[in-house]
Each structure stands twice: as C-alpha cells, then as structure tokens.
Design a protein around this ligand. Sequence first.
Ligand code: CA
Length: 242
Amino acid sequence: MPEKVLVVEDEPSLLDALEYNLRRQGYEVRTATDGLKALEMARRDRPDLIILDIMLPGLDGFEVCRALRREMNVPILMLTARADEVDKIVGLEVGADDYLTKPFSMRELMARVKALLRRVRLVREEVATTAAEAADAGEYATAPTLTFGDLTIDMARHEVLRGGQAIPLKPKEYELLAFLARHRGIVLSRDLILERVWGWDYAGETRTVDVHVRWLREKIEPDPAAPRRIVTVRGVGYRFEG
Ligand code: CA
C-alpha cells in the first residue's frame, strides 16, 4: 500500500511541483492550501507524513504542527522561507521532525521524506521487537544508570536527575545527553552527533546540535557560561566530561 503524504502549501507552483514529484515516487498525495483545511485532512486521512509550510493563510504551520502533535504521531517536515523561523522549529517546541529552508531541490526533499518514513518504520519495528522480547523474557530488561557527580542518567526510565531532582528534558535533549554520556571522554563531531541522535539521513544543520547543547548546558551545568560537563572542542564538536 502506498504511503500517504499530506502536502500543505499555499504557493500553487510549489504545491504542484511537490505533488507531481511525490506521486512519481509512488506516494499517495493529498494537498491543502491553508492551515485549517490541513488539520481537517490530517484528522480524517491519517497520513503517514505531512509536509507543512509555515506561512499559510489562516492558521499558520506552527499552529497546525502544535495541534497535530497533541493528537497523532505523524512525522512532520516543515518548510520555511526565513532563517528566524528555524530556531523555533529546531526548538522542538512545535514538534516538527525535520525542516527544509526554501528554496530547496526536489531531490533533497525526496531524500528527507524517504528518511523520515524509514525512521518511522524502523521505530515501529523496534518497538514491536522490544515488546515481543520483553514478553518472552517476562520482564523488561534493565538498562544501566550512569552517574556523574550529582548527575544521574537513568537509561531505563529516560530520566535525568540532578542532586536527586528530576530535570525536565525534551526528548532530543535526553537522547543527546545519553549519547554524549555513553561516549564520555571522546571528542564527538557535530556531524556524528547529528547522524546518531537525529538519524543517519537527517541532513539538518549542525547548528541544531549547538542549540541543543546550549539548552542542555543550562539544565546540567553548574555554570552554563563556563561549561565543564559538555566541553566544546573548537572546530570539531563536543566532549562529555562527566
Ligand atoms: Ca506559504
């Protein structure tokens, strides 16, 4: 069965091009040209992926994304025309999975679409496998807990404690911290971090990593302005010191 993609874009020529190229790749395509219609269609059609422009008449892409996030797990690829929108998207406060800055090539877009859909399939399979294994074992395997001074990372519960207090982390912040902590003392390049934490096909900007490191530092560093836990290695990336 072809995967269903909902394209939300109010610029007719771009919408046509997206529709044409996605169809040619074998996807079933639905289109909407405003935010409200997009919400309606997403709720009704349950697409496998949504390509969502930000500047839309009526309800903008941010609002649509926020609303959908509360209701369903569909991957959302946002289209942005402005650099200042990127921080907001990357911030995950809207919950987008990936974004592309206009203008972009159709080839790039197709690569992102494929990567997102593949990630969703892999996660589904992994969840199914883990559940089956847990059922076989009769219990959930215990994951390790890593401790660094007053910082504790509970890998099983995906929980981070500082001085015994739980720190609220966004999912990507947690994944990034867990990844860094598992590779303590090793210099990790931004590209490698992007690949491992955001997915091997995530062609996002390495700035995404920097933004998340900044947020993490604010939550786990005694002095975020002089970080000692997540150290910057100039020109390369980051190293977790513990
Ligand atoms: Ca637009």
